[in-house]
Structure formats: structure tokens, C-alpha cells
Design a protein around this ligand. Sequence first.
Ligand SMILES: NC(=O)c1ccc[n+]([C@@H]2O[C@H](COP(=O)([O-])OP(=O)(O)OC[C@H]3O[C@@H](n4cnc5c(N)ncnc54)[C@H](OP(=O)(O)O)[C@@H]3O)[C@@H](O)[C@H]2O)c1
Length: 282
Amino acid sequence: MSSFVPSITLNDSTPIPQLGLGLWKIDPADCETVIRTAIDAGYRHFDCAAIYKNEEAVGAALRAAIAAGDVDRDEIFVVSKVWNNQQGFEETGEAFNQSLTRLGLDYLDMYMVHWPCADKGTYQSTFEAIAQLQGLGRVQTVGVCNFYEETLDSIIADTGITPAINQIELHPGLSQQQLVDYHHHHGIVTECWSPLGQGEILGHPVLGEIAEEHGVTPAQVALRWSLQHDRIVIPRSRTPERIRENIDVFSFELTEEELDRITAMDQADGAGRVGLDPREFS
Ligand SMILES: NC(=O)c1ccc[n+]([C@@H]2O[C@H](COP(=O)([O-])OP(=O)(O)OC[C@H]3O[C@@H](n4cnc5c(N)ncnc54)[C@H](OP(=O)(O)O)[C@@H]3O)[C@@H](O)[C@H]2O)c1
């Protein structure tokens, strides 16, 4: 069963569903219900990471869905990320194998550097290892998370490879326009983590007014804003109704004026950040 979620074609020609399911903080005990609900609702993209400590349960749920005939392996896009304490060329290869084993899969669709942690000085060799995994056919596409201009410049210069995706905190409270412009210039697709601002932005009156206008929810408006800017979104929910609500965002369209009003929610100097600042986190 294919899904109605549109795909974006990355700089290495890999297609990726524009909306996926975030899996941070999803308790292993809830993974079966969450993932089966998501697959039924049309999700085909699953954003995991070693540090989420749920790869076994995520993999078991995905494999159960495949065994049940709900979905084929080649219809789903499975992502994991190397955690900071396994950075380095050799270590990343080992981390990748461990994630693959925990997930019980033969390959990953995308493997990512989770944070640059620039002061460690190992994000370049970490990225190089992921690029080698792509060359070996063990991963379809290569991505990074939380990279900023200097760290992107550095990996592109070192390896000659431009990551297909940079996954960054991005929602109406934190637009990151300068970094997004850099992505456009280099052909990197922007993927939004915390696209709902971890729920903190959903009470904003602008989202409420626009939601009422369209007969949808503030969460759906926030997701639509990112989608209409051609970004990837990976909202997380453990609540079945919200899992369905968050993918039900392809039957309405925001006007240019509405998009601009939402963009104006951006808070100066990164004050709208709900997560860690990549320039400081190590
Ligand atoms: N690369 C990175 O460094 C990084 C960092 C952070 C996140 N991520 C990825 O991005 C994903 C999403 O970000 P996130 O988990 O930080 O936050 P998020 O998706 O912005 O927000 C999740 C929160 O919003 C609530 N929620 C979900 N749908 C809702 C709806 N329709 N209405 C009202 N509330 C709703 C959820 O509650 P319930 O679960 O109770 O429904 C949960 O508390 C993560 O799961 C992870 O995969 C990556």
C-alpha cells in the first residue's frame, strides 16, 4: 500500500517522504501501537536514533508490519543516527552495525551524524564513514543533524560530498532563515525537528486564528507551514488520534499572507529555541 505523502528527491536522487514520524521519547512498550497506527495512517518514514534507546522495539514493530503484509520494506524510509560518543571513522562503522542489528534490518535508508560536537574534532571523519557506507550500499543516503554553516563548509570541503539533508530544530518560533538559505544555496534539504516546538508553540494566537479559518488544528497549521516551504517534517506523538491528525495535512493550503504571519512568529536571537543550541552542545 503506497502512501499519499509526497516525496522530495534528494541531491543523490533518493526519494524521501516529506512527512515522517519522530520517535524520540517513544517508550519501547508503546512502539508497536505507535508504529502500527502510523503505518495504517499512511506514514512511511520513521526517524530513529541510537540515543532514543528504542531501536529494538521500533525494528520489531516495523518487521511485524512487513510480515503482516501492511507494508513492504522498500516502501518505508528508516533513519538512524550515530550518537556523539561513537563519533570517528571506525566507531561510526561499529555504531551503524549496532543500530542495524538492533533494528533487525539489512540496510538503512538514511544514516546521520546526530550532532557536530565541533570541539571533539571528529564530525568530519564521522561523516566520511557514513559516506563510505553509502558507497557500500548499506545506506541509501547520507545526512547530518544540527550542523551550522562552518561545520557544513568543513565536511563539504573535506569529503567533496554535500549531505542530502540537514535536520535542524525548525518551527514557527525558530525559523533559522540564514541557515535555510545556506541549504538552498548548496542543494541540501531542510528537515525540521521539533516541528511542533514540542507543543510549546501550539497556543500561539496566530496559529489558533489560522487553524479556525481552515477548520484544522494549530498543530496541522504549524506542519503545513513547513511543508509549504518544501521542508521535511517529523512530528512525534504517542497518541493515536494525534498521529492521525499530524498526517492529515494534505487537504488544505495556507495562503501567502498566512505563511507570512506564521513566519513572523519567529523570535529574535533564537529565543524560540526549545532544544539545545548546536554551537554549544558537545
Ligand atoms: N536530530 C536531533 O537532534 C533531534 C532533536 C529533537 C528531535 N528530533 C526528532 O524530531 C522529532 C520531533 O521532535 P520532538 O519530538 O522534539 O517534538 P515535536 O514533534 O515538535 O512535539 C512533540 C510533542 O507534541 C505533542 N503533540 C504531537 N502532536 C500533537 C498535536 N497534534 N496536538 C497537540 N500536541 C501534539 C506530543 O505529545 P504526545 O506524544 O503526548 O501526543 C509531544 O509532547 C523527534 O521525535 C525526533 O525524531 C531530532
